[in-house]
Design a protein around this ligand. Structure first.
Ligand SMILES: *Cc1c(COP(=O)(O)O)cnc(C)c1O
Length: 364
């Protein structure tokens, strides 16, 4: 008897998630000093974390022997105050990935259909498949979500739709008007999960207004992350916002202590440190210009981005990726996103971007 025969086919069929290569692994494999390696592979904040979050973590560390607050009371209040949301409409996750998974575990059963876009964040198909639900991948339009086609893909079996705005790895953004029109058309028995992990990087005029739509759409779940602009990727914390009834059911499948105590305390501090987030955004805007002008100079096409990363097109992308690794620069291949001719680079510090540009120029 094989182990595989014990496992549902839909689990066997899951392709493992491919993350950015860790610095330690590249150092080992290429005999490089860890400190000489530039990692621009996972859209982390190149400024690190808010110093206020760091202080809080150091203060909280002695409490680590205790279980965290399973209801994340303080963090819930902080988010509720900052965004003017009812505490009962909030749920916290071990990263926003956890929130995406909680949504799928709450609503999906074997055979349900879940719609997402081609080139959309890989986790949507993972959490869909893990439930035995069927992913319906809708072709993108110029790398962006094609909402008209996504709407047309709705069938009697459709239970959920995932939308990333901005999307990773393409960096594309759907306008508020288009998104709201789409939500108005989607039948209310279909759950729409709107993933806004990069909202902090958007300019005022593009910033999401989705929280204000919650009263109109009881089928909407919005997810936010502390991993990107807030700089807490390693701590794992994110949150979901939805109708209190939905949140109540999501809480039933949530592990009681899914968000650790350091993460809860650091997230409160990070949330209040608006100066750090705006500094991160300014750095990102400057880095974006720096990288875009380098791509133009090198005659490489790229997808204009609303995030903290850029996907650019290059001949022989796998070889360029390997050559960059050898030079101590980690970027992200996106073949698993059906973009085999592209690489994705996270926007780093000025010096990191410069090292990447110089290495790239030497390779191509
Ligand atoms: C990085 C990212 C997230 C964040 O995941 P966390 O679990 O919060 O670290 C969510 N969605 C998208 C599209 C992302 O790129």
């Amino acid at each position: 008897m094989s182990i595989q025969s014990l496992i549902p086919t839909y689990i066997c069929d899951i392709a493992p998630y491919q993350g950015g290569k860790p610095i330690s692994e590249v150092a080992r494999e290429h005999h490089l000093e860890e400190s000489s390696i530039v990692k621009l592979a996972s859209n982390e904040n190149p400024l690190g974390m808010s110093p206020k979050a760091r202080d809080v973590i150091l203060k909280s560390i002695d409490q680590i022997y205790r279980y965290p607050d399973g209801n994340a009371f303080r963090l819930k209040n902080a988010v509720s105050l900052k965004f003017n949301l009812h505490p009962e409409s909030l749920i916290f996750g071990n990263g926003s990935n956890d929130v995406l998974e909680l949504a799928s575990r709450t609503f999906l059963k074997v055979g349900d259909e879940v719609i997402f876009s081609q080139h959309a964040f890989a986790v949507y198909s993972l959490v869909t498949q893990a439930m035995g639900a069927i992913g319906v991948k809708v072709p993108a339009k110029d790398f962006a979500h094609d909402l008209a086609k996504m709407f047309a893909a709705i069938s009697p079996k459709t239970k959920m739709i995932f939308i990333a705005n901005p999307n990773n790895p393409t960096g594309t953004l759907i306008s508020k008007e288009e998104l709201k029109t789409f939500l108005t058309k989607v039948p209310s028995h279909i759950i729409v999960v709107l993933d806004e992990a990069y909202d902090e990087y958007l300019e005022i005029e593009n910033k999401s207004e989705s929280f204000s739509w919650l009263s109109q759409f009881s089928n909407l779940i919005i997810s936010r992350s502390f991993s990107k602009a807030y700089g807490l990727a390693g701590l794992r914390v994110g949150f979901g916002v939805s109708d209190p009834e939905i949140i109540q059911f999501m809480n039933r499948v949530r592990q009681p202590f899914n968000v650790n105590s350091l993460a809860q305390d650091a997230a409160v501090a990070a949330l209040m440190d608006e100066a750090f987030v705006s500094e991160s955004k300014i750095l990102n805007n400057n880095g974006k210009k720096q990288l875009e002008s380098a791509f133009q100079r090198l005659k490489l096409s790229f997808i204009p981005t609303f995030g903290n990363f850029i996907s650019f097109k290059v001949d022989k992308a796998p070889q360029v990726y390997e050559a960059l690794l050898k030079a101590g620069i980690i970027v992200r291949p996106v073949t698993n996103y059906e973009m085999p001719d592209y690489l994705r680079v996270s926007i780093g510090l000025k010096v990191e971007n410069e090292r990447f540009i110089q290495a790239l120029e030497a390779i191509i």
